[in-house]
Design a protein around this ligand. Structure first.
Ligand code: NAG
Ligand code: NAG
Ligand code: NAG
Ligand code: NAG
Ligand code: CU
Length: 231
């Protein structure tokens, strides 16, 4: 009995962990290495609220530094933005054109710049990721420093990944002087993407939903296991 029960709970654990969206690897996420991906739909930073008065910061070179992410969806668009606002409540400046990642895994832009006037200041870099299950958020607390950083081996694209510049009606309003878009209820349930004109409807959505069949298979497995346990 015990092995079966642990198998079921292991499957359930795996199910809850299967809600993978994306990770911000560099600059390091405010949430550290233990990111709560279920809370990534919460604007502006996911599970945590930054506090510039106490959060640790890493250096970000305004002349060019790298932003690297890890994507668990077959495709997503990114907005790289930054603010000096102490709690990331607004005044976001766009750092890079909206870029689309196609293909799972590592993606890195080696030369992302920030305003020269920010040198010596502490701020927040935010990454908003428009994924098939909604807009997801991560932040990093950084010290803006002068010069540029040559991206090393930590900055790479997975072999099957390609990128292109794009437009995205969900991401483009996320900069400016207003307050942040409050996430507009973009929870896990409904997909509000397909704003991108280049998203090919048929091929794209079939691919984009490839995570759901896996989930269903797991649900079926758990149900079979649970059913067996009742016998
Ligand atoms: C900041 O870094 C120091 C030294 O590494 C560490 O002790 C402290 O816990 C960190 N603070 C936060 C909020 O992560
Ligand atoms: C944005 O910056 C302007 C000008 O510095 C300031 O008046 C405004 O309060 C800021 N807004 C937010 C949300 O921080
Ligand atoms: C990854 O792909 C993007 C988009 O094509 C490109 O801009 C970037 O330079 C690539 N990164 C690396 C490390 O080659
Ligand atoms: C934000 O407001 C400041 C001060 O009013 C202005 O200088 C700046 O251009 C505005 N930035 C954006 C992105 O609207
Ligand atoms: Cu996701």
């Amino acid at each position: 009995m015990a092995p079966l029960r642990s198998l079921v709970s292991a499957a359930l654990l795996f199910l809850s962990a299967a809600n993978a969206h994306f990770l911000l690897l560099n600059p390091p996420s405010l949430e550290g290495t233990d990111v709560d991906e279920d809370k990534e739909p919460n604007a502006p930073c996911g599970a945590d609220t930054p506090d510039l008065s106490k959060d640790n910061a890493t250096d970000f070179h305004v002349g060019g530094d790298f932003i690297s992410v890890q994507l668990a969806h077959p495709q997503a668009n990114y907005m790289f933005r930054a603010t000096l606002d102490s709690t990331a409540s607004g005044n976001w400046t766009q750092l890079f054109p909206i870029v689309k990642q196609s293909g799972l895994g590592a993606f890195c832009e080696p030369v992302v710049t920030a305003p020269e006037s920010w040198v010596g200041k502490k701020g927040i870099i935010g990454v908003a990721c428009d994924a098939p299950d909604g807009v997801l958020y991560q932040c990093a607390v950084v010290n803006f420093v002068s010069g540029s950083n040559t991206a090393g081996s930590a900055c790479k694209n997975a072999s099957s990944v390609t990128g292109s510049f794009t437009t995205d009606a969900s991401l483009s309003p996320l900069v400016g002087n207003g307050t942040t878009s409050s996430g507009s209820g973009s929870s896990t349930a409904s997909s509000t993407s397909s704003a991108s004109p280049s998203a090919s409807k048929n091929a794209g959505s079939a691919l984009a939903r490839s995570e759901f069949p896996i989930g269903s298979v797991l649900v079926a497995t758990v149900m079979v296991l649970a059913g067996t346990a009742l016998l």
